[in-house]
Design a protein around this ligand. Sequence first.
Ligand SMILES: NC(=O)c1ccc[n+]([C@@H]2O[C@H](COP(=O)([O-])OP(=O)(O)OC[C@H]3O[C@@H](n4cnc5c(N)ncnc54)[C@H](O)[C@@H]3O)[C@@H](O)[C@H]2O)c1
Length: 405
Amino acid sequence: MYLTSEQKRIGQRNFWAVVGPDLNPDRLKLETCIPRGFPGGPVRGGIVGVGGQGSVLLNACRPEFIDLVAVCDINPAHQTRACNYLASQGWKQPTQYTDWREMAHKENLEVVIIATPLWSHAEIASGFLEAGTNVLCEKMMAHDVAGCRQMIAAADKAHRKLEIGYPRFYDFFHQAMEQSFFRPRRLGDIHFVRMFTDRNESWRRYQPPPFPGFDPRPWGYPDWEHLNNWRMYDVYSRGMMAELASHLTSCADWLLGADPTSVYASGGIYYYKDGRQVDDHMFVTYQYPGGCNLELVMILTNDFEGLYEEFNGTEGTLILSETAGPLYFPKDPNSIHKGKDNGLTLDFWTNFEIAFRTELWTLCSAARHGTPLLCGTARGLSTTVHCLAGQEAARTQSRVEISAT
Ligand SMILES: NC(=O)c1ccc[n+]([C@@H]2O[C@H](COP(=O)([O-])OP(=O)(O)OC[C@H]3O[C@@H](n4cnc5c(N)ncnc54)[C@H](O)[C@@H]3O)[C@@H](O)[C@H]2O)c1
């Protein structure tokens, strides 16, 4: 994106001029993004998998809405780190587990957060649902479509809630985009969307095992390298399509109000020839009904564009950029009432902290009070189907048709 500082200032001002009038400013602050207190007191909760993302989610929890009584991880160092963190934040010392089944059957939890490697989602989530626990399972929903269907069947049978962890459904910017731009069709007809998630990092983790001789074989990992770098191996991971693209496709489908019907892709292991099985560069183009293309770029060797989303419509352009925030450029600059600069602003990363807290609060509210979830299992399933089709298109360097879920 090549815009002058002045163009960025105008784009930001346009965005906030559209969004501002209906805005509850509490949504822009981490401290006030969720309601105070929780009717009936905090729900009884636990977490399975307290590595990178599990730690982010623990950080987003608050004792006012979730009483975290149990922590499970097969890595004892991660267990200890999570329990120390919780104790430092005012929770009681939780019960520690290495076996999620034991936790599911002993703890009588209302909700559980699952942030384990992709291949384990279906089994662990279904196990907790069968035990009567409502579940937030990290994205992608499952390693394959059968796993997604197993999770949905378990949730339906147990009459429990199941949410898939896509923060874009809960953050301020995307909710504002949906309500103020997409719902009123402010951008006109959209025929081109492009989304980038560009980084300059290898994905490889160099963390040592929790102790010399640590043996993860009982949990299906032949050695520490496979557990530590699970996202590099096909058996546990779906690579960039699950880790990066699924955030973007789920969001594009939601905002466009449509599902793609086919996908072209290319990519490969261009740079990090370190034994990984998953691509480090992917270029994926989805076709939507009515003639709209979504172009996804995911690279691990240059972070110039960072996270970037751009929707191009006949009546205007809407951008959300890590480097420039939200920008709106209507075709007719006089179509919005600009008035004075309303002074509203929100940091790009604070927006995602707000997302995770809102997501967890919403899960607890859904479990206790039956209020709606914002992503849901139908979207979790369709996103998995679209991402697996993208992976297949990249593998075969061809066009893959996508059937409706
Ligand atoms: N929503 C987001 O923005 C986001 C961001 C990053 C990762 N994720 C997702 O979160 C999940 C975890 O990713 P991560 O980066 O935190 O991985 P990670 O390797 O950092 O953490 C995984 C944790 O799960 C533990 N674990 C593995 N198997 C287990 C088992 N059978 N029982 C209990 N614990 C087990 C590991 O020891 C580790 O502590 C993935 O599905 C990933 O796609 C989501």
